[in-house]
Design a protein around this ligand. Structure first.
Ligand code: SAM
Ligand code: SF4
Length: 442
């Protein structure tokens, strides 16, 4: 039988990239074939993000583009998965009349029944049950693609923190940790196909194991992953500052495979705003933890997320955010204009900030960080770094690209270097978003 072809378009965070990968593995195990051209597909899945307003809007324009394909190929099935699917449910089917199905964040496995009309009698199914603390990946087939060097592995799903701006607890459900045995089995199967670097994913990896009786803690899980043969590097994201424990801090520098990088989202440098965000820490506490991280591991690269224009953010609050950025000297940061999200507490706060003010604050914050990042990158000039080669460089195809342990992109000439090789590179030049270097052969 000729295999049916599927195409997945993924929006949003690493968690969505991971979900798309698990859906692809499931479909491949059922004799579907993945294609990278939607025009060749019998099934298109749009995996969506609703964490901010902007990515949510992108979903509708993507669907509009696929509609034209469906006109040419009436048998084409189009589905929406991920956080917008979870948030909108049946409303999506009403709003997008050519949509065939909606697949919520905890119902990934049901995609196969939607594709087989004998298994479902529902004309346009919508599966959006969140189902308590249930691991949505349990029992899904492990069918990793060959040829990858790096991979994401979800270690937990959902979140119990309910930060006042955030939709995640509503679209990903209550926090649940996956069984460590399942995680390790998955990492072993990725390693067997040539994966050298794994990034462990969770909304708050620090609380891994807290919700599963008898399960190991996150630092213990890191130690177990360190033992998996073939894995050369371990990363994780995201680490909530309030739960960053002394033991996790000590794992840096102690576990040889754990890369010297932590993403520690600060969100705001003002205690007043942090309180209203319900983040559970003060600026001083984060400053203190950063100090301890740098004591344990002086090389560590620290990145963060910042939100500007949270309701009620005054100019002095914003200045405190700038002060914290200048004081901590993050290696890099992701910055966002606050947007209202359904169900969240912040969306019902009265004192909203005008878009123009948010835009100005965002520009000021990014300009400050640009200078800091440039300085941080320049400090690497002349130094020799370990690079995990990922493949040809995007800019100059004849060159190779990879990342340092501190998560900086490095491009270098290396015609005979194959993907997956760990090489030593001398950094010659720091650019705004990457480093250029020469291979060190002696
Ligand atoms: N779990 C992570 C943490 O606690 O830091 C955050 C995950 S969230 C999916 C990714 C980032 O999106 C957040 O760190 C925050 O900066 C940003 N974000 C979330 N909700 C937002 C909103 N309503 N408006 C603007 N940015 C938002
Ligand atoms: Fe959202 Fe806060 Fe949970 Fe992060 S910790 S996912 S920001 S609720």
């Amino acid at each position: 039988m000729v295999p049916k072809k599927f195409f997945i378009q993924t929006f949003g965070c690493q968690m969505n990239v991971y979900d798309s990968e698990r859906i692809a593995q499931l479909l491949t195990s059922r004799n579907f074939q993945q294609v990278d051209d939607p025009a060749r597909a019998d099934l298109i899945l749009v995996n969506t993000c609703s964490v901010r307003e902007k990515p949510e809007k992108k979903v509708y324009s993507a669907l509009g583009r696929f509609r034209a394909l469906k006109r040419k190929k009436p048998g084409l099935q189009i589905g929406v998965g991920g956080c917008v699917a979870q948030q909108e449910g049946e409303r999506l089917l009403e709003r997008v009349p050519y949509l065939d199905f909606v697949l919520g964040t905890k119902e990934l496995r049901r995609i196969t029944e939607f594709l087989d009309p004998q298994e479902t009698c529902d004309h346009r199914p919508c599966a959006t049950a969140l189902g308590g603390r249930v691991d949505p990946y349990q029992g899904l087939p492990l069918f990793p693609r060959a040829g990858r060097i790096t991979a994401f592995v979800s270690i937990m799903q959902g979140c119990d923190n309910f930060c006042s701006f955030c939709i995640v607890p509503f679209v990903r459900g209550r926090e649940v940790s996956r069984a460590s045995g399942d995680i390790l089995e998955e990492i072993r199967s990725l390693s067997a196909t040539g994966v050298k670097e794994v990034t462990l994913l969770g909304q708050n990896v620090n609380s891994y194991g807290n919700r599963g009786p008898g399960e190991m803690s996150f630092p213990d899980l890191l130690e177990a992953v360190q033992q998996v043969p073939g894995v050369e590097r371990i990363r994780f994201t995201t680490s909530h500052p309030k739960d960053l424990s002394p033991r996790l801090i000590q794992s840096f520098g102690r576990l040889s495979k754990l890369c010297e990088h932590i993403h520690l989202p600060l969100q705001s440098g003002s205690d007043r705003v942090l309180e209203r965000m319900k983040r559970g820490y003060s600026r001083e506490e984060v400053g203190e933890k950063v100090l301890r991280l740098r004591q344990a591991c002086p090389e560590i690269s620290i990145t963060t997320d910042m939100i500007v224009g949270f309701p009620g953010e005054e100019e002095r609050d914003f200045q405190e955010s700038l002060e914290m950025i200048a004081r901590i000297q993050f290696d890099d940061l992701f910055s966002f204009r606050y947007s209202d999200r359904p169900h969240t507490r912040a969306s019902s706060l009265a004192d909203k900030i005008p878009e123009g003010v948010k835009q100005e604050r965002l520009a000021a914050l990014q300009s400050l960080q640009r200078k800091i990042t440039e300085g941080k990158n320049r400090a690497w000039e002349g130094r020799i770094v370990e690079v995990l080669t990922e493949g040809p460089s995007k800019v100059r195809g004849e060159e190779k690209t990879g990342r340092t342990r501190t998560n900086r992109i490095v491009n270098f000439p290396g015609p005979s270097i194959s993907p997956g090789s760990l090489v030593r590179v001398r950094v010659e030049k720091a650019l705004a978003h990457s480093l250029r270097g020469e291979l060190v052969t002696e």
